[in-house]
Design a protein around this ligand. Structure first.
Ligand SMILES: [Mg+2]
Length: 302
């Protein structure tokens, strides 16, 4: 099967799974491809391959979700003093592009978040920044390329200006979760979105009457902070998905390549609850609202 262009990316289906290489499967796939299009078929095949590995897909925003970046020359004297006194200097990265120097602060807990999330999800970075910026940030987050590989999406990949969309992610959306601090850029895929509190480390452009973390020389909590909370939420959703998936696995396998695809939206409730469209509900998730009731036993600030 040939690769196809999805957004600006060349996408090839993962056909390493033996059951996808049988004559019947190939014939069936060709039939379905003719009916639903190759992009959609590839999304379904890739989702099935993820499921075979007990994984789902996770799309991660960069700015204010995993890190915060500010031009060095825009740091206030108070921020510079605070940064000098900060005990978290190891999470600061100084870099330069097109003659401008920047400072990037990694969000507390981000390394553990990526390490743990990578066990349950194949992860993408998706930023509304440029591709060059995305690659620099991924270099800070994943210097050895073990978490994201080439799964980096940027504004150049988007099909609607200013918007992000799962149409450029080559996995069927029923198996994709998104973690982002901004809701309005996901107008087409709100049902898959888990909102996280923005990580405003540096002072905003316009003073808002409060001192920033950089000015205070302090930081968000790591183990009790939003990323830790988000990880617990995502783990809970992953677990719920596969509890439900295995319950209906036989039935789902049967309809994998049918025209209806794998939606199972009415069936994807767990213990009487449904959480988001990918798992069977249109309810949107907000980490700060949901984590304490869903997967966290004691109430935490997120
Ligand atoms: Mg953001």
């Amino acid at each position: 099967m040939t690769s196809v262009i999805m957004g600006s990316q060349e996408i090839a289906p993962d056909v390493t799974s033996p059951d996808l290489c049988t004559q019947d499967a190939v014939y069936g796939a060709l039939q379905v491809a003719a009916e639903i299009g190759r992009d959609e078929l590839i999304r379904r095949i890739n989702l099935q391959n993820l499921r075979n590995r007990e994984k789902l897909c996770l799309v991660l925003d960069l700015d204010l979700t995993l890190l915060h970046t500010k031009p060095l020359h825009k740091l206030s004297p108070e921020e510079l003093t605070g940064l000098c006194n900060s005990t978290r200097k190891k999470d600061l990265r100084r870099w330069k592009a097109t003659g401008v120097e920047y400072l990037t602060k990694l969000r507390p807990y981000v390394r553990k978040f990526l390490r743990e999330a990578s066990k349950l999800f194949d992860m993408y970075v998706y930023t509304n920044g440029s591709r060059d910026y995305a690659r620099i940030m991924v270099g800070f987050l994943d210097p050895h390329g073990v978490y994201f590989g080439s799964r980096i999406l940027s504004k150049e990949d988007s099909t609607v200006k200013g918007q992000k969309g799962l149409d450029v992610v080559p996995v069927h959306q029923s198996g994709v979760l998104i973690l982002d601090d901004t809701e309005n850029v996901w107008a087409r895929d709100r049902g898959n979105l888990v909102l996280i509190k923005p990580y405003d480390y540096f002072a905003p452009k316009e003073p808002n009457g409060t001192r920033s973390l950089s000015e205070e020389g302090t930081d968000e909590s790591g183990s009790a902070g939003p990323l830790s909370c988000a990880l617990r939420l995502l783990k809970g959703l992953h677990e719920s998905y596969f509890v439900n998936y295995h319950t209906f696995e036989e039935e789902l396998q049967g309809i994998l390549l049918e025209d209806n695809g794998i939606h199972g939206e009415q069936r994807q409730e767990v213990n009487g609850k449904s959480y988001l469209r990918a798992l069977g509900s249109s309810k949107r998730l907000r980490v700060s609202d949901e984590c304490s009731s869903l997967v966290v036993t004691k109430r935490q600030r997120c």
